[in-house]
Design a protein around this ligand. Structure first.
Ligand code: HPA
Length: 279
């Protein structure tokens, strides 16, 4: 069993550290997946703080994950962007993987946007944008292990039906429609990795009802829901799950496809923030 639940004193320490270094309080948090880091590179950059400097934040060892928190303003909304994340397959406990989510909530974030690269299970092509409408947690772990004794929710039994805010999904579809961006909905399966799926595993996940599979997002969403944040999830299809993907070429391909679609992801998120700002 891995240590779980972001420890509360560590969350408070990180929030205190950040409060002293950021000029405004974020209302929205965005976590960027592999290859999507450029979404955080546009001005204004109000603050940029390496994870290595923030108490308890994980070190990002995977290519395509810069590992810094960027504070910006988009469409009149103050946004904290997490440029990269840690993963279970790096040997990192889910308490550490999800610590930044708990810190964002402590800073006042009420809406969390999670993005990831994902493999498709239904033949969807690389470059497809999928709004996550539900998930299957098949990681064999849960960040709320031990939460009954912790601070995240009173009992540790957290409601997960409609974890992905239906109103935000609808707004995103309207935004995509208005800007001619092709987008679809689907269920995301989360596996621990780091292996990609065999053909048989991809078929199993498809039969279980998922349209895409990734090695992230789900632990963050679980902690976000325990903390009552609104959640919006976006998966970027970078390859077909279960198809031959050399381990080395594989991750590079994932990053390259994600990089090529980062502008579309940024446009969709800007449209969503515009609507949130005026709601
Ligand atoms: N499987 C799991 N995670 C992924 C994949 C995949 O095929 N592509 C990008 N992340």
């Amino acid at each position: 069993m891995t240590e779980s639940v972001p420890p509360h004193d560590a969350v408070l320490r990180a929030a205190e550290y950040l409060r002293a270094r950021i000029p405004a309080r974020p209302a929205v948090g965005i976590i960027l997946g592999s290859g999507l880091g450029s979404v955080a590179e546009r001005p204004p950059i109000l603050a940029a703080i390496p994870y290595a400097d923030i108490p308890g934040f994980p070190v990002c060892s995977v290519e395509g994950h810069a590992g810094r928190l960027v504070l910006t303003e988009r469409e009149g909304v103050c946004v904290a962007i997490l440029q990269g994340r840690a993963h279970r397959y790096e040997g990192v406990a889910l308490a550490t993987v999800t610590h930044p989510v708990a810190v964002l909530a402590e800073l006042g974030v009420r809406t969390l946007v999670v993005t990831c690269a994902a493999g498709s299970l239904d033949g969807a092509e690389a470059g497809t944008l999928m709004l996550i409408e539900d998930h299957l947690n098949l990681m064999g772990d849960n960040p709320l292990m031990g939460a009954g004794r912790g601070h995240l929710g009173s009992s540790g039994f957290v409601e997960m039906a409609q974890a992905y805010d239906p109103a935000l999904i609808e707004i995103a579809e309207q935004v995509a429609g208005a800007s001619g961006l092709s987008i679809r909905r689907g269920v995301l399966a989360a596996v621990a990795g780091p292996t990609y799926e065999t053909a048989a595993e991809a078929e199993m996940l498809r039969r279980l009802g998922a349209q895409a599979v990734s090695m992230s997002v789900v632990p963050e969403v679980i902690v976000a829901r325990a903390l009552k944040l609104r959640v919006f999830g976006l998966a970027l299809i970078t390859n077909r799950s279960g198809a031959a993907l050399d381990r080395q070429v594989g991750h590079r391909q994932v990053v390259a496809v994600a990089e090529s679609r980062a502008d579309s992801v940024a446009a969709l998120l800007d449209g969503l923030l515009r609507r949130l700002a005026t709601a």
